[in-house]
Design a protein around this ligand. Structure first.
Ligand code: PEP
Ligand code: CO
Length: 465
């Protein structure tokens, strides 16, 4: 019989591989208690949904769909509220509408949400003045306050991670299937924001066009559920081995192991060692898997990772998320894409234009410039255009409110304004206007590509007559 124990390595075996970026819990017995409890909890997602997502990702890999993946760098327990979740979903849905309209292709929507609570850090400790404490590693591990109590890793936070993820998923599922995502309310998603910018005018114009098109369809008798509901999936970085291991379950239909903490999980740039514990664990799971790659990766390492993570060359299994930086993407990405394409695999190529473009202002804020982010996206599209491969999607750190964390964009946010609403627990996120503006930037590239493709109406006509 297939059991978790005989399908995936034990936690001891994973720890024997010296996993990077794991918390130093002071009390090992407390960790055992927590993992035992988590193993008894119901799964957060159903294996069948993970398979569905893999199918949709295979459509992206084939160039028939585009992936929009986004959300906070680090979710926080406090931000699990209806207002915050609605705002994030609303910005993602608005971006998806802009992209769908431009590309005339389905846009697959995946949140960095309902589980994105653990962070890899470049340093194990943080020093302020003459006090040094453990670095903040996300609400799943410790607290952001700079006190010894908050910063000591507490395994009970993994139970809270599960609970907050469950509550978030529950509300998100209700929103996307219960009417909030109805395309006919495309206007109202943004109604409570003051119309103060170019981007919003553009969005208004686009929603008016969509409403006219919908009215036409309804008048013709097309009144379909697909206009009312959307499919929305959850994802996060699979960083904490205790948590991901404890939420792995055997699917009763197929006997295969799935990490039921999210539909899709990814391996970060700092934990992608070919013989490391994260790659070992995720290689055994049947979820769709993401792999983040930065500019220092070698072609041979990438090929070894791809072999290990996608041994059966399964379309949609592997999403490669590159985060090279605007200056490097055009040089570094092409040989990597060529090497993987040369294996005949159908992977999804995604651009994370955030993590390679972070810098610190003279006032000490970690930020990103909208122009550099847009430039990496353009570089990514240029690379794929030149190679004839499909730029499958984007992976963005964003939030639904008007924070001031990234500079530039339509509101021309400057370095001095960052102090106004700098609220992130980790990396700087695009605010709502910057996210929508980025969506319009991507839309332009998709629309340009679209002119070269057969559009869905032509295809429909060709099939019917
Ligand atoms: C992240 O996605 O927040 C992150 C830490 O990215 P990376 O692993 O690419 O550095
Ligand atoms: Co980040």
């Amino acid at each position: 019989m297939s059991t978790v124990e005989n399908r995936i390595p034990s936690l001891q075996a994973l720890h024997a591989l010296n996993p990077a970026q794991q918390p130093a819990y002071p009390d090992p017995a407390a960790v055992l208690e927590v993992t035992a409890e988590l193993r008894q909890r119901p799964p957060l997602v159903f294996a069948g949904e993970c398979d569905q997502l893999k199918h949709y990702l295979a459509e992206v890999a084939a160039g028939r769909s585009f992936l929009l993946q986004g959300g906070d760098c680090a979710e926080t327990f406090d931000a699990v509220s209806a207002t915050e979740l609605r705002a994030k979903l609303r910005v993602l849905l608005s971006m998806a509408v802009v992209l769908t309209y431009a590309a005339q292709l389905p846009v697959l929507k995946v949140g960095r949400i309902a589980g994105q609570y653990a962070k890899p850090r470049s340093k194990d400790t943080e020093t302020r003045g003459d006090v040094t404490l453990p670095a903040y590693r996300g609400d799943a591990v410790n607290g952001l306050d700079f006190t010894p109590e908050a910063r000591t890793p507490d395994p009970k936070r993994l139970i809270e991670t599960y609970n907050r993820s469950a509550a978030s998923l529950n509300l998100l599922r209700a929103f996307v299937k219960g009417g909030f995502a109805d395309l006919r309310s495309v206007h109202t998603w943004n109604a409570d924001f003051v119309r103060n910018s170019n981007v919003e005018d553009k969005y208004e114009a686009l929603s008016a066009e969509i409403e006219r098109a919908l009215a036409f369809m309804v008048a013709c008798g097309v009144d379909d559920d697909t206009l009312r509901n959307v499919d929305f999936y959850s994802s996060h970085e699979a960083l904490l081995l205790e948590y991901e291991h404890a939420l792995t379950r055997i699917d009763s239909r197929t006997g295969n192991p799935y990490d039921t903490s999210a539909h899709m999980v990814w391996i970060g740039e700092r934990t992608r060692q070919v013989d490391g514990a994260h790659v070992e664990l995720l290689s055994r799971l049947r979820n769709p898997i993401g792999l983040k790659i930065g500019p220092t990766i070698s072609t041979s390492d990438l090929l070894a990772l791809v072999d290990k993570l996608d041994p059966e060359s399964e379309p949609g299994r592997l999403t490669i998320i590159s985060r090279m930086g605007a200056d490097k993407v055009r040089d570094v990405l092409p040989p990597l894409v060529e090497a993987v394409e040369g294996t005949g695999r159908k992977v999804v190529w995604v651009c994370d234009p955030m993590h390679g473009n972070t810098f610190e202002t003279h006032t000490g804020y970690k930020t990103r410039a909208f122009s550099r982010v847009a430039e990496e996206v353009n570089g990514f599209f240029d690379v794929h255009d030149a190679l004839g491969t499909w730029p499958g999607g984007v992976h963005i750190e964003l939030t639904g409110s008007d924070v001031t964390e990234c500079v530039g964009g339509v509101d021309e946010l400057d370095e001095e304004s960052l102090a106004d609403r700098y609220e992130t627990a980790c990396d700087p996120r695009m605010n709502r206007n910057q996210s929508l503006e980025l969506a319009f930037t991507i839309a332009e590239r998709l629309a340009a590509g679209n002119r070269k493709r057969v559009n869905p109406v032509q295809q429909y006509r060709a099939e019917d007559f």
